[in-house]
Design a protein around this ligand. Structure first.
Ligand SMILES: [Zn+2]
Length: 353
């Protein structure tokens, strides 16, 4: 809690050439949310990888991972060729805890608290599930309208200051964000969009909606799949499978990969669905260890191995995206190269609208 503030300030001071701390907004209890930006000085235009932790208060391993991730990047960016390569093209934006009020409440009052701490019904019940509060098919499935429920979706999309602050920031930056990562526990999953529908994400929707593509419309077909199959989905799945394989390589931990609605449950208003719906090409939810024997109360001796293996999965995703969007090092993006690099293995048809 307070320790995370101290940690952020300290890590920024001791790595001022690479890390800056920025204001994101205020929580319902008026605490300040900050994100860290890891950015190597450069005169090139770079793209962004976003990662947030601590949307749900009780999932303590999540903020721990965000801190681990920042520490590892800073310790190794000079010696690790993968990290030093992707930092030439990509800035990393890390939000260590979104739900600060809930997180503190879970330390001080109720270890299994999940939601934020917004008061409802004249203060008779508390908390909105921030991962049901985003503007993605809000309120339609896998939510409750009862404020005492664990999955209360709030009074409307982005009704909560925490959700609104993050959504407004990402919305402003979305044309530069290539990947949205959100870290939760537990269950050992890497989840792709969507949770609100079992339909695969539509590639034309996301590419046409992206201003990088100007007036171009891209209709892509994957070879060997039917017309409804979507290259972006397949690509998101393929990259997630690479990530889970890298993760398993460390300690043998098995992660399941798939779309949320197909392998876990249906939910609406999640940040992952929302990020993909506004046009961010890669969007993943990580559900970290374990599979339920300890659940949210992960034993301390599992914190480090969980962080180590997750680090491999996350850097695999970032490395993949770096190589796809910046083949051969650093190239200025054009609408053509971006579309082609996304769909390298598929047959592309271009139409100009
Ligand atoms: Zn969660």
């Amino acid at each position: 809690s307070g320790e995370i503030y101290q940690w952020m300030t300290q890590i920024q001071k001791s790595n001022s050439e690479l890390v800056t701390q920025h204001y994101l907004g205020k929580t319902i209890e008026n605490r300040t949310m900050y994100y860290l930006q890891i950015s190597q000085p450069s005169d090139k235009t770079k793209k962004i990888i976003w990662m947030d932790c601590g949307i749900h208060a009780r999932e303590w391993i999540s903020p721990a991972f965000c801190q681990w991730f920042v520490k590892e990047i800073l310790q190794n960016y000079k010696s690790d060729p993968k990290i030093s390569r992707f930092l030439k093209n990509l800035d990393l934006y890390i939000l260590p805890v979104l739900n600060i009020d809930g997180y503190i409440y879970s330390w001080e009052k109720d270890r299994l608290w999940r939601k934020n701490r917004s008061p409802h019904m004249n203060g008779t019940c508390y908390g909105t599930d921030l991962n049901r509060n985003f503007n993605s098919s809000w309120g339609s499935i896998g939510v409750s309208y009862n404020c005492s429920s664990e999955i209360f979706c709030g009074s409307g999309p982005e009704s909560e200051p925490e959700t609104r602050a993050m959504a407004q920031f990402i919305e402003r930056k979305k044309s530069d964000i290539l990947c949205y990562l959100t870290i939760h526990s537990y269950g050992q999953y890497i989840l792709t969009p969507y949770g609100s529908t079992t339909k695969p994400p539509s590639n034309s929707e996301e590419l046409v909606g992206d201003k990088n593509f100007g007036p171009l419309k891209i209709i892509a077909k994957c070879t060997g799949t039917d017309n409804n199959a979507v290259p972006i989905l397949n690509l998101q799945m393929r990259v997630a499978k690479k990530a889970s394989a890298a993760l398993m390589g460390k300690y043998g931990t098995r992660y399941e990969v798939g779309s949320t609605s197909l392998i876990l449950y249906s939910n609406s208003g999640s940040s992952r669905d929302w990020a993909h719906m506004i046009g961010i090409p890669f969007s993943y939810t990580f559900e970290l260890r374990d599979k339920g024997s300890h659940g949210f109360v992960l034993p301390p001796d599992q914190i480090q191995p969980t962080c180590e293996e997750t680090m491999l999965a996350v850097t695999t995703i970032i490395d993949y995206i770096d190589q796809k969007y910046f083949p051969g090092g650093a190239v200025m993006l054009t609408s053509g190269s971006l579309g082609l690099s996304l769909c390298l293995s598929v047959v592309l048809t271009w139409t100009v609208s």
